[in-house]
Design a binder for this molecule. Structure first.
Ligand code: FAD
Length: 891
C-alpha cells in the first residue's frame, strides 16, 4: 500500500473511532432537556422517557413509552430492579377525588382531566397506589409540570403519562384478565449500537466510494502511463472531455439541486398519498438497480475480465458487456423482491444495499470540481435544513436541539410534548399557545430512522406505518364488526381488513349471554324485521355447522335449541304475557302461555308463585358469544391465504385518511398501520363509536350519534350441578329494562343519588353447553368503568335466588375466583341500532347501538351493511336505522 492509501486508511479509521466515540460521549439518561417548563422545589425533574411493560395473565404483551413528570420521584432505571405490579383502573377514573376503594400497592390507571396532575398523583398515593399511569386524551405526550404556587408538594410515587392509543390498548388488556406492569426509565446505553451501526454505514459508504474513485483514477493513470511507454500517445486521451463519464457540479447546478430537493420534499409532504409513495418506490428501485449493477460489474470485472471486455449490441442501450447482461437480471430481481417485501422487518437490509449502491455510483459519477462549488452546496444545504425542514418540523423554542435528537435512542421528534401546567383552567388543557401550553410535533417528512425494537414509541401514528389496501375496512371486531367481515367475504368478492383496539371479546360481545330470542320483541316495531331475518341467518349458520358433522353447531357455536321462557310472578305480569303470546302468535311465531303449574312441569327448579306464569317460545335459540366469535374468526381467516382478509388486533383506529384532492375518505390510520378501504370504511366500534366519530370527524363536525356505554355484569358459575335448567330464562322486567330504567330493580341508595348511574337488575339464567350456569344481568350508566362491583354481583345472585330457591342454600363467595364478565352495551336512547352511511360521506358507514341485542341482530346487521355497500335493495328496510334526520347535525 502506498503512502497516500495508508494516510487515507488512517483517516478512515480515525473517523470511525470518532463516530463510535460520539455514541459513548452521549451516554446518560433518556431525558428531554427543557428549561422553559417551570421548575420549583419538589418539582424540578427532567422529563424522563419511561417504559411501561405489560403482562396479561403472566404473559408478556405490549410495551408502551410514556413520559415522567417534573414532580415524581426518580423512576428505577434498571429493568431487573423494577417492580412488577398489578394494574388497576382508578375509581373514579379521573382520580380527582378520594378513591372509593383502597389500593394495595398496585399501579393506578387514570384518565387525564378535571384536576391537576399533582392532585391525581396525591390522591393515588393516599389510596395506597405504588405509581400512577395517566392516560392522555390526545395521541401525543405532554409534560406534566406543577403550578408556581405548588411549593408544598410531597409526592412520593412515580407518575407517567401515556398517549391516548396506549390507554385504549391498556383498557382492552384489562378486560382480558389480570394485568401487571413494570415501569422503568432505562439509562441510555454507553454505546448505542444502532447509532454506531448507522454511522459506520454512512461513513463507510462515503469512504468506500471515495477510495474506489481514487483507486480507479490511479489505475487509469497507470494504464495511461503504460500505453504512453508503449508509444500509443495518439490513441489515448483519458482526460478528454466526456470520456471519463464524470459529471462536474457547477455553482448553478448546486443551487438548482437544492431547489429541486426542497420542491421534492414539499411535494412529498403535500402529496403524501399512496400513489406518490409507490412512485418513489419505483424511482428508488430504478436507481438501486443501476447502482447495484455498476458496483457489481466493477467488482466482478476483476475476476471475469473476458466477459467484462466483450460487448454485444442491445437495442436502445447500445454496446453492453456480457458481464453487465449477466448481472442485470440479479439486480432487477433483488430490487423487485425488496419492493414486494419492503414492509417486512428484515427489508431494511435490502433497502440499505440498494441505497448504498446508489450512493456509491453517484459519488463515482458526480464530482465537486473545486472548493467554491463545495461551499455553495454546503451553504445551500444549511439554509435548506434550517428553513425548509423547519417548515415541516418543529420550530420555535420547543424544537428539540440537534444534540437532543441525536442523544435519544427514541425518536424524540416523533413524540410531541407540551407542558400543561394547569388542567383546571380547562378540563383538558389544549395545546394552543394561548393556554400557555406549548407543544411541538413533527408533521412533515421525517428523517428515516431505523426503529429500535426495544424502544419503539407508540405515541403517534407514523407516516411510515405499513399501508395495506382492501375493499372494505371494518373498525371494531366485536360480534357486529366480525359478522360484517364474514358476510362480505362469503357473499361478495371484496377484500376486508378488521382493526380492533383490543381483541374481539373485550367489548360488549364478551359479556353477552347469547340469547337469540324473539320473545322480548314486538311485531311491527322498527327492529322486528331485522330480528326475524337475523334469527333466520343464525339458524342457517347452525344448520351449516350441523351439516359439517363433528360437534356440529352445538360445539362450534354453543348453539342450544332449548327455547325461551319469559317469566312473570304476578297476575298482572301473567296478563301481559298472555297478551304478548297472542301478538307473537299472530305474527307467526310459535308461542304458548304457561300457568304456574304447567311451567313447573317444564322447569321444576323455577318458582314463580301461584299467580305467575311464563311465555314459552320453543323456537328461540341460544349461542355462546365466545364460541360464535371464534367460529366467525375461523371463517374469516380462511380467506387470508387468498389475500382477502386481514385482522389487526390491539391496534386502535385513530383517524380517517382523506384524499387531499377530493376529501373522500380513503381508509383509516390505526396506531400501527394505514388501512386503505377502496370501497367503504365501516365503523362498528360499539359503545366507543361516539367518541371515535368525534376523533374521526374533528371538532367542527356537528354530527353526534348519542350511543353510550351501558355497563352490564354477568356471573358465570362453572360446572354448576346444583341446579338443572332446561331452557333459557328471563324475567319479564328485562323487556322494559332494555329501553329505559322503568320497572327495574334499583339498587343501593347510593345509586339513587344519580339517576344516570342508577343500576338495575333483571334475572336471566341459562345452563350453557359446557354446564356453566350463566346468571345476569345488570344495566347501569357508569361510563367505561370496568370495575367489578360486588354489590351488583350480590344483587344478581339474590335476584336469581328469588326465582330459583335452590340457590338460596348455596353460599356465594364473590371473592373466590369466579368468572365475572363485564361489557358495555352500545345503548341508543331511541332503542334502535344505527346502521347506515354517515351523511355527506358516500363510503363511511356506522353499525352500532344494538344495546342488549347485538348478538341476536349481528348477522342481519351484517347482511344489511353488505347490501348498503353494494348499493342493493335490502331484504330488510334500511330506513328505521339510518342516520339522516335522526340525530343532531343530520339535516
Ligand atoms: C351482560 C350482557 C349480556 C348480554 N346479553 C345479550 C344476549 O343475550 N343477546 C344479545 O343479542 N345481546 C346481548 N348483549 C348485548 C351484546 O353483547 C352487544 O349488543 C354486542 O356485543 C355489541 O356488539 P358490537 O360489536 O357492536 O360491540 P362490541 O362487542 O363492544 O365491539 C366493539 C369493538 O370495537 C372496538 N373498538 C373500540 N374503539 C376502537 C377503535 N378506536 N379502533 C378499533 N376498534 C375499537 C372494541 O375494542 C370492541 O372490540 C349483552 C350484553 C351484556 C353486557
Amino acid at each position: 500500500m502506498g503512502a497516500g492509501a495508508r494516510a487515507r486508511a488512517t483517516a478512515a479509521a480515525l473517523l470511525l473511532v470518532a463516530a463510535a466515540l460520539a455514541g459513548v460521549a452521549a451516554g446518560g439518561d433518556i431525558v428531554h432537556q427543557d428549561d422553559d417548563a417551570p421548575k420549583i422545589p419538589g418539582c424540578s425533574n427532567d422529563f424522563m422517557l419511561v417504559k411501561v411493560q405489560t403482562w396479561v395473565k403472566n404473559r408478556e404483551t405490549d410495551e408502551f413509552v410514556g413520559v415522567g413528570a417534573r414532580f415524581d420521584p426518580i423512576i428505577e432505571s434498571k429493568e431487573k430492579h423494577a417492580n412488577r405490579t398489578g394494574l388497576l383502573l382508578a375509581n373514579p377514573f379521573d382520580c380527582c377525588t378520594p378513591l372509593k376503594e383502597k389500593v394495595a400497592g398496585e399501579v393506578l390507571l387514570v384518565q387525564r382531566g378535571d384536576c391537576k396532575f399533582t392532585t391525581k398523583a396525591k390522591v393515588a398515593e393516599d389510596a395506597g397506589a405504588s405509581a400512577i399511569v395517566i392516560l392522555n386524551n390526545r395521541h401525543e405526550l405532554y409534560k406534566m409540570v406543577c403550578d408556581q404556587n405548588e411549593t408544598d408538594l410531597d409526592i412520593n410515587i412515580p407518575a407517567v403519562l401515556l398517549p391516548k392509543d396506549a390507554g385504549t390498548i391498556l383498557q382492552g388488556l384489562l378486560s382480558l384478565g389480570k394485568v401487571s406492569v413494570q415501569l422503568y426509565s432505562p439509562d441510555r446505553p454507553l454505546v448505542d449500537t444502532a447509532e454506531v451501526f448507522l454511522w459506520l454505514m454512512a461513513v463507510g459508504t462515503i469512504l468506500g466510494a471515495s477510495y474506489w474513485s481514487a483507486w480507479s483514477a490511479r489505475e487509469a493513470l497507470i494504464e495511461q502511463e503504460k500505453l504512453l511507454k508503449d508509444g500509443h500517445e495518439s490513441s489515448v486521451n483519458i482526460e478528454a472531455e466526456g470520456s471519463t463519464g464524470m459529471v462536474d457540479i457547477t455553482m448553478t447546478s448546486a443551487m438548482l439541486f437544492i431547489v429541486v430537493a426542497s420542491l421534492f420534499l414539499v411535494m412529498l409532504y403535500k402529496l403524501m398519498s399512496h400513489w406518490f409513495v409507490e412512485l418513489l418506490v419505483v424511482i428508488f428501485c430504478i436507481g438501486g438497480v443501476e447502482g447495484l449493477q455498476t458496483c457489481l460489474v466493477a467488482l466482478l470485472s476483476r475476476w471475469f475480465k473476458p466477459a467484462a471486455r466483450s460487448f454485444v449490441k442491445v437495442p436502445f442501450f447500445g454496446a453492453v458487456s456480457y458481464l453487465t447482461l449477466a448481472v442485470c437480471p440479479f439486480c432487477i430481481v433483488f430490487a423487485v423482491l425488496w419492493a414486494v417485501y419492503r414492509r417486512m422487518p428484515y427489508a431494511w437490509i435490502g433497502q440499505d444495499v440498494l441505497g448504498i449502491a446508489l450512493i456509491v455510483t453517484v459519488i463515482q459519477i458526480v464530482r465537486i470540481p473545486n472548493l467554491k462549488v463545495g461551499s455553495v452546496l454546503l451553504g445551500c444545504s444549511f439554509l435548506y435544513d434550517n428553513q425548509c425542514d423547519g417548515r415541516f418540523g418543529p420550530r420555535g423554542p420547543n424544537r428539540p436541539s440537534r444534540p437532543d435528537r441525536l442523544r435519544s435512542p427514541l425518536p424524540m421528534d416523533a413524540v410531541a410534548f407540551s407542558s400543561a401546567s394547569n388542567p383546571n383552567a380547562a378540563p383538558f388543557p389544549s395545546a394552543s399557545p394561548s393556554s400557555g401550553a406549548h407543544r411541538f410535533s413533527i408533521r412533515g417528512p421525517r428523517r428515516r430512522r431505523r426503529p429500535l425494537p426495544a424502544l419503539r414509541s407508540s405515541a403517534s401514528p407514523s407516516a411510515h406505518a405499513p399501508a395495506s389496501h382492501h375493499d372494505v375496512v371494518v373498525v371494531g371486531a366485536g360480534i357486529v364488526g366480525l359478522s360484517i367481515a364474514r358476510h362480505l367475504l362469503l357473499h361478495t368478492p371484496l377484500s376486508v381488513a378488521v382493526a380492533d383496539a383490543a381483541v374481539p371479546c373485550s367489548g360488549a360481545t364478551g359479556a353477552g349471554q347469547g340469547y337469540v330470542w324473539m320473545s322480548h320483541r314486538t311485531p311491527g316495531s322498527d327492529t322486528w324485521d331485522l330480528a326475524v331475518r337475523s334469527k333466520q341467518l343464525w339458524e342457517d349458520l347452525a344448520a351449516e355447522m350441523d351439516g359439517h358433522g363433528a360437534g356440529g353447531a352445538r360445539e362450534s357455536l354453543g348453539w342450544m335449541k332449548t327455547g325461551s321462557l319469559l317469566v312473570g310472578r304476578t297476575s298482572k305480569e301473567l296478563a301481559t304475557l298472555e297478551e304478548k303470546t297472542k301478538v307473537l302468535s299472530q305474527a307467526g311465531i310459535s308461542a304458548e302461555c304457561l300457568s304456574a303449574s304447567s311451567l313447573h312441569a317444564l322447569e321444576p327448579a323455577l318458582c314463580v308463585g301461584n299467580d305467575g306464569g311464563a311465555m314459552f317460545l320453543p323456537e328461540d335459540r341460544q349461542i355462546d358469544a365466545f364460541q360464535a366469535v371464534s367460529l366467525i374468526e375461523k371463517i374469516n381467516r380462511s380467506y387470508s391465504p387468498k389475500g382477502r382478509y386481514m385482522e389487526l388486533y390491539n391496534d386502535p383506529a385513530m383517524s380517517l385518511i382523506r384524499s387531499e384532492v377530493t376529501g373522500r375518505v380513503e381508509g383509516v390510520q390505526t396506531s400501527k398501520n394505514i388501512l386503505y378501504g377502496r370501497k367503504a370504511t365501516v365503523v362498528a366500534s360499539g359503545a366507543w363509536t361516539r367518541s371515535l366519530l368525534h376523533s374521526f370527524l374533528g371538532p367542527n363536525c356537528t354530527l353526534d350519534i348519542p350511543v353510550k356505554p351501558r355497563k352490564g355484569h354477568l356471573l358465570v358459575l362453572e360446572n354448576f350441578n346444583r341446579l338443572k335448567l332446561n331452557h333459557g330464562i328471563m324475567e319479564l322486567g328485562y323487556v322494559d329494562h332494555q329501553g329505559d330504567n322503568s320497572n327495574s330493580v334499583h339498587l343501593s341508595p347510593k345509586y339513587k343519588e344519580d339517576d344516570q348511574a342508577a343500576a338495575s337488575i333483571s334475572m336471566t339464567a341459562t345452563l350453557n353447553t359446557k354446564g356453566h350456569l350463566v346468571l345476569g344481568s345488570s344495566r347501569e350508566f357508569k361510563g367505561f368503568s370496568r370495575e367489578v362491583d360486588k354489590s351488583i354481583l350480590k344483587s344478581i345472585w339474590d335476584r336469581a335466588g328469588e326465582f330459583f330457591p335452590a340457590l338460596n342454600n348455596i353460599h356465594l363467595d364473590i371473592d373466590e375466583d369466579k368468572e365475572i364478565r363485564i361489557g358495555h352495551r352500545p345503548y341508543m336512547p331511541d332503542g334502535k341500532p344505527v346502521i347506515g352511511f354517515v351523511p355527506d360521506m358516500s363510503n363511511v358507514l356506522i353499525a352500532t347501538g344494538h344495546e342488549g341485542s347485538g348478538l341476536a341482530l349481528a348477522l342481519g346487521t351484517a347482511e344489511m351493511v353488505t347490501d348498503m355497500i353494494l348499493g342493493d335493495l335490502g331484504r330488510v328496510d334500511f330506513t328505521p336505522f339510518s342516520i339522516e334526520n335522526r340525530f343532531s347535525g343530520t339535516g
